[in-house]
Write a protein that binds this ligand. Structure first.
Ligand code: ADP
Ligand code: VHF
Length: 368
């Protein structure tokens, strides 16, 4: 039995594929959460559905397809959504607390820790946090963008041992089942590699954001943070209880053994990578197999514009993501010293911040 679970409920689940929130379905989901809560489990809800709720409440207004329209719908819908969560949990004598986040709230480590404290306080007082992106004010630059990645961030923040992503399909299939009727359910995943990613497509229902692509991104972050991840159907009978008891439902991604310490968890889930470092085979070996720091000598290419201390993603020549880390040099400097030996850094730049492009203490591996 798990102790702390984050339940992510997609728009597809909360609307049941209709254009409104499906209240009986929400009540059933809350009933299951309440049963687990009263057995002593900590429950965190990551809810989508604000935009759908806003649209339904305003009777499907004819709005231009702009960011502001979405913000307007979310502003109206979020209160409707929260009202329902509050009412339904209240039936079982459970208090809820709303947390609305954007990427900007966790980009900086201090703010990330503040958010973590809020979650800790709620959970300590046995209040169920109900989390969504702060869509009403989130613009492209500051948002997480999809609630799958948001749920992985939350699972990382609260040290969840299970992230349960509920959607309108029984799990991850070998192809989008809406398109390919012969697609097969994949019940257990031990490696999230390009071959597996090739199965995942975006959302084709017009309701959700990201489809299976973002669910795999989320699964990869959460299992590196030490949580098991399950993707399953929100309409499966007793699905939350069954998943919490460790029964095989949907697609399961067991947590990886390594449990990163606090700062590395932040690097993993907090800041959005501002750039990409493409590294050569020797550096892949040194970083991934030998746990070494990344030196400029192993960098083939620098992409994006970033400053010293920003998070970047580290990829191999085929663009498989290997790690994330905080850079010791900005993008202009790194471009100048990429491929250089350590003693050449000062010669090229006229100064040095050390031999490492990313010190291993600032590096989190994303390989298995
Ligand atoms: N390989 C796949 N296996 C299962 N579903 C997939 C796959 N590729 C794409 N999808 C699509 O992902 C959708 C679920 O994601 P999404 O629409 O974003 O829902 P949610 O609102 O639950 O996040 C499914 O309806 C399905 O059509
Ligand atoms: N934050 C948005 C949902 C964004 C999102 O990722 O949706 P989904 O793919 O249905 O989980 C909302 O509340 O409408």
């Amino acid at each position: 039995m798990y102790k702390r679970i984050v339940v992510k409920l997609g728009t597809s689940v909360l609307t049941g594929g209709t254009r409104q929130l499906d209240r009986p379905r929400m009540v059933e989901l809350v009933r299951q959460c309440a049963e687990l809560y009263h057995q002593g489990l900590d429950i965190v809800i990551c809810t989508s559905g604000a935009v759908a709720a806003g649209r339904a409440h305003l009777n499907f207004p004819d709005l231009p397809p702009t960011i502001v329209s979405k913000q307007l719908l979310a502003a109206v819908g979020q209160t409707r959504l929260m009202l329902l969560w509050e009412r339904f949990f209240d039936i079982y004598g459970i208090h809820v607390g709303q947390i609305l986040l954007t990427r900007a709230d966790v980009e900086d480590r201090q703010r990330y820790l503040n958010a973590r404290d809020t979650f800790s306080a709620l959970l300590e007082h046995r209040i169920v946090p109900v989390v969504n992106e702060n869509d009403a004010v989130a613009t492209e630059e500051i948002k997480v963008g999809d609630n799958d990645n948001l749920s992985a961030l939350v699972a990382t923040l609260v040290h969840a041992d299970l992230l349960l992503i509920l959607t309108d399909q029984p799990g991850l299939f070998t192809a989008d089942p809406r398109v390919d009727p012969n697609a097969q359910l994949i019940s257990e995943v031990h490696r999230i590699d390009p071959a597996l990613r090739a199965h995942a497509r975006g959302s084709s229902s017009g309701l959700g954001v990201g489809g299976m692509v973002t669910k795999l991104e989320a699964a990869n972050i959460a299992r590196h943070a030490g949580a098991d991840v399950v993707i399953a159907s929100g309409s499966g009978p007793g699905v939350i209880i069954r998943a919490a008891q460790g029964e095989p439902v949907g697609t399961r991604f067991p947590a990886l053994e390594s449990r990163p310490e606090s700062r590395k968890r932040w690097i993993l889930a907090g800041p959005k990578p501002a750039g990409t470092l493409v590294i050569d085979q020797g550096a892949v070996q040194a970083v991934c197999q030998q746990g070494r720091s990344l030196l400029p000598a192993g960098i083939i290419r620098v992409e994006g514009t970033f400053t010293r201390g920003d998070t970047v993603t580290v990829v191999d020549a085929a663009y498989n993501e290997l790690a994330r880390g905080l850079v010791a040099y900005d993008s202009a400097d790194l471009s100048r010293i990429a491929g250089s030996r350590s003693h050449e850094i000062a010669e090229r730049l006229g100064y040095t911040y050390g031999d490492e492009a990313i010190h291993r203490n600032n590096l989190v591996l994303l390989t298995d």
